[in-house]
Design a protein around this ligand. Structure first.
Ligand code: AVI
Length: 323
């Protein structure tokens, strides 16, 4: 079970801060240095990510919003009645609001790793929708998802899992199938999954979306080195690394890199790593799928029916997957 309340119980072998430091050190020691993308999202990283979502180049957020608005009635009409709405990575619950106003929902579960922050947001949602029982759940579902206790009898109150933002694209396909499979295991016979995925398109459009002219994504990427310095005690100089985003066609993914401008050595308590000029640290993958590929992942995860809504350019997909 990936539950923050269990992770914080103090009985784990290593303290969470030590585990995070060990994970960073292990990634940096790999022949191709890597930093897990979850480290991008400290408070400053979240502010920068929200700014990215407003950029002209970063089309996913506004394209998804437009698809939700255009096809709201069709989407809502396909959802089960008397549902419990499970908002995965709910944040400020903003994307759910437009659906809760129209769908037949009895209960809302806001699931997020940052439970202290979301508690206030979920309470606010509860005041806006007094007829819906709103609950905040602490879980790092990237590590696995088991909400069976919170969901209760799914045959009586079918869950609608909601996973917007194309965040599934930040998992490699095999891990994505694992998470989708865990969701499928908890839908029951009448529940479903409403999920977004960014679709394949011209690599130039993709690369520009991840390397904007203002340099906001560059700042977001470099910020992870500051996080490293805080968590691991390393002595990275973020300004000595260049942001790079390139589309790897063979894997169908954008790769975000931090590229050493000059030879340098980075030290941390108990370790160090030398970088040649031009050597990269991989900080994020963002997979882009064709509709058929993404439907294939959903099928592999155990969903047998699937519908997709998209925009006029076919850049972004909203999928409703049912058992
Ligand atoms: C959160 N996730 C879906 C974003 C993406 O597009 O992969 C993260 C991001 N990284 C750079 N820009 C946006």
């Amino acid at each position: 079970r990936a539950k923050a309340d269990i992770a914080q119980s103090g009985h784990a072998a290593a303290r969470p801060s030590d585990r995070r430091a060990a994970e960073l050190a292990a990634g940096l020691r790999r022949s191709r240095a890597m930093i897990d993308p979850k480290f991008l999202y400290d408070t400053q990283g979240c502010v920068l990510f929200n700014a990215i979502c407003e950029l002209d180049e970063y089309y996913p957020t506004r394209t998804e919003r437009a698809i939700f608005e255009t096809h709201r009635d069709a989407i809502v009409g396909a959802l089960p009645a008397g549902a419990q709405w499970v908002d995965l990575g709910c944040g400020d619950c903003a994307k759910s609001r437009g659906f809760l106003a129209h769908a037949d929902v009895r209960r809302y579960l806001g699931v997020d790793i940052a439970v202290d922050w979301i508690r206030a947001e979920v309470d606010r949602l509860g005041r806006q929708f007094p007829g819906i029982d709103c609950v905040a759940v602490a879980a790092d579902f990237a590590q696995g998802l088991d909400l069976s206790d919170e969901l209760g009898d799914v045959a009586r109150m079918p869950p609608v899992f909601f996973y917007p933002g194309s965040s599934i694209g930040n998992f490699p396909p095999e891990r994505a199938v694992g998470l989708l499979g865990a969701i499928r295991g908890q839908t029951g016979p009448a529940g479903c999954l409403l999920i977004s995925a960014d679709l394949r398109k011209d690599p130039g459009v993709l690369e520009h979306a991840y390397a904007d002219d203002l340099g906001v994504t560059a700042a977001f990427n470099r910020n992870v080195l500051r996080v490293c310095n805080q968590v691991l005690g390393s002595d990275f100089h973020p300004e000595c690394f260049d942001h790079e985003a390139c589309f790897d066609a063979a894997h169908g993914r954008i790769e975000m890199h931090l590229v050493a401008r000059a030879p340098q050595r980075v030290r941390w308590p108990g370790g160090e790593r030398a970088f040649q000029a031009g050597e990269a640290i991989v900080t994020e993958y963002s997979y882009k799928y064709t509709p058929a590929q993404f439907e294939g992942l959903l099928a592999e995860a155990g969903f047998s029916r699937c519908r997709m809504w998209t925009d006029a350019r076919g850049w972004f997909g909203v999928f409703l997957a049912q058992p």
